[in-house]
Write a protein that binds this ligand. Structure first.
Ligand code: GH3
Ligand code: MG
Ligand code: MG
Length: 358
């Protein structure tokens, strides 16, 4: 729930009721918006997204039930709780009609001030709890990025749009290089810091309609709806460059770390490409980037289709279940801490076969 002062929208055609309800909620510390008819009320709800609507049943033109149904049927206003506050007609039938229309509560005029405010506060608490559960279900707790499950929704949505109207989209997978060695050399907390830093970079590089998420471990994905092939590669390279330029303070050492990227692209065909297969394409490209020496970007469409590597069953990124650990058993990294070079990047030099930095 928002931190700022919470806003209550009062919709009532009776001026004295509006004034009374306005005074009550203002005294309780809420901000208030008022509307004298349903149409104006709906417009205010859409524009200002109030935390609760206090809604009269009998209104001219559009009645309260219709207003409530309208709010509850629109994605942008469906979550706003509605409390009916009705005068003349609080009989069993109108109460049922109110709740059928989606009301969260039903109060009788003249309202008991303490009861009205208490009900509003309970509703706000329930909203806050729902929001907290939503965060838990959709966000990764370490980085605050959306989680694996939500990423799959985003990928599926991008594919559906592509199938429908040919809108292209790019999928970028990123995997931090030799991250196990970072943990081993500098500790798990330091490793966590690196993950968080990488996540902040991803966030800064995505626009509102794009998505950055954590697939698990040190693996991340970007979904870029509307992106052409080169847009995906460019985005990956920008992030790669920014990340590798960051100087991490590892005890007495200043360290640079790197990441490898795989890019796949969908332009509506093949129509039956699903999220698993799209991820697999990006994963094969990422694997090629690791093989090419890491700290580089590879595109699926540039790979030789006759020489695609076989990723061992269950070792790729394309599994739909969540994983607690993200070992890539097919990439072997031998790290001898005693030979660690504290000034150079922890990763090897980019491979000469790198297509992406030209
Ligand atoms: P490569 O360059 O081939 O990707 O090598 P890598 O070492 O990055 O890959 P590997 O999959 O072998 O190691 C990933 C490591 O990431 C192992 C795991 O312990 C660590 N890891 C996974 N999740 C977290 C986390 O939340 N925090 C920290 N600090 N480490 C994590
Ligand atoms: Mg890695
Ligand atoms: Mg990995």
């Amino acid at each position: 729930m928002r931190d700022e002062v919470q806003t209550i929208l009062v919709i009532d055609d009776d001026a004295s009721t509006r004034t009374l309800h306005q005074r009550l909620v203002q005294t309780a510390g809420f901000q208030v918006l008022v509307a004298e008819d349903g149409k104006r009320g709906i417009a205010l709800a859409e524009e200002f997204q109030p935390n609760v609507v206090l809604l009269d049943v009998s209104l001219p033109e559009v009645n309260g039930f219709e207003v409530c149904r309208h709010l509850k049927n629109q994605l942008s206003t469906a979550e706003i709780p509605v409390v009916f506050v009705t005068g003349t007609d609080a009989n069993p039938q109108t109460i049922k009609l109110g709740f059928d229309a989606g009301a969260d509560d039903f109060l009788q005029k003249p309202v008991n001030a303490a009861l009205l405010i208490a009900r509003v506060r309970v509703i706000l608490q329930q909203q806050a709890l729902r929001e907290a559960y939503r965060q838990l279900a959709t966000k990764d707790s370490l980085t605050g990025l959306i989680n694996r499950r939500q990423l799959f929704f985003g990928i599926t949505e991008a594919l559906m749009r592509g199938r429908k109207d040919g809108t292209s989209s790019a999928l970028v997978l990123a995997d931090l290089d030799k991250f196990k060695a970072i943990n081993d050399l500098y500790g798990h907390d330091f490793g966590d810091e690196v993950l968080v830093t990488f996540s902040r970079i991803l966030e800064r590089h995505v626009s509102r309609h794009e998505t950055a998420g954590r697939l698990g471990g040190e693996e991340f994905a970007l979904v870029l709806p509307g992106a052409g092939r080169e847009d995906g590669v460019r985005a990956a390279n920008r992030i790669r460059e920014v990340f590798s330029a960051i100087v991490f303070d590892a005890g007495s050492d200043a360290k640079h770390f790197t990441a490898s990227f795989g890019v796949a692209h969908f332009d509506g065909t093949p129509r039956n490409l699903d999220a698993d297969q799209f991820l697999k394409q990006a994963d094969l490209a990422l694997y090629a980037a690791k093989l090419a020496g890491r700290n580089c970007v590879k595109a699926f469409w540039e790979l030789d289709p006759n020489r695609l590597p076989t990723i061992a069953e269950g070792k790729g990124h394309t599994r739909t279940r969540n994983r607690s650990k993200t070992d890539r058993a097919y990439v072997h990294v031998d790290v001898d801490p005693s030979k660690a070079d504290n000034t150079a990047p922890i990763t090897g030099a980019p491979g000469s076969a790198d297509i992406s930095k030209s």
